[in-house]
Design a protein around this ligand. Sequence first.
Ligand code: COA
Length: 175
Amino acid sequence: MVEVLTRHASVLTADQTSAVIALCSQVFQIDYAWYMDLCPDRMHVLGYVDGQLVAHALWLDRPLRVGRGPWLRSAYVEGVATHAAHRSRGYGAAVMRRVQAEIAGYDLGALSPAVPAWYATLGWERWQGPLWIEHDGALEATPDDELVLIYRTPCTPALDLHAALTAPWRPFEQW
Ligand SMILES: CC(C)(COP(=O)(O)OP(=O)(O)OC[C@H]1O[C@@H](n2cnc3c(N)ncnc32)[C@H](O)[C@@H]1OP(=O)(O)O)[C@@H](O)C(=O)NCCC(=O)NCCS
């Protein structure tokens, strides 16, 4: 059985922080500590088996705008990773289901997927319209090969998945 915990970054223990950095750095082949320093206001979901961190996801608050509508409060999900030796046992899905339950009060969830088909099984839907980044008041188009998925919460308003989706610029991966 996987034990799933939800923790704000500010209350992670040193051991939990180290385990997240080790897991995500290994899975994504980047220095995940660098990335975490860029986003201090993060909510982590941690999946433990026998005291070992085997699966992880986090979300950030990020406004998103559909067409010319109001900015929506989205939970932007990143760092979805299961340790290579522990995959295909449902741990990633257990962590994502916890994320989905925890973000129920947001207007929507969103993420940029490496494995779109896997997220589809968890209820995520592909954004069909153009993707824009708002930077210094101007809109910058996102290259066509970028995919974004959204997750409808009980608070999600009616969405036109073919409309433009805009996010504010940030100083690292835009989606
Ligand atoms: C994607 C990932 C988090 C899934 O974790 P996991 O713990 O193995 O997930 P689960 O056990 O809940 O689900 C596994 C099932 O999803 C399916 N699956 C895995 N990758 C898939 C893919 N690319 N497309 C479709 N289905 C996929 C598998 O078929 C598996 O089913 P099986 O057990 O019948 O073989 C894990 O493979 C991983 O860490 N990958 C590398 C990092 C990554 O790509 N993260 C996503 C970034 S957006």
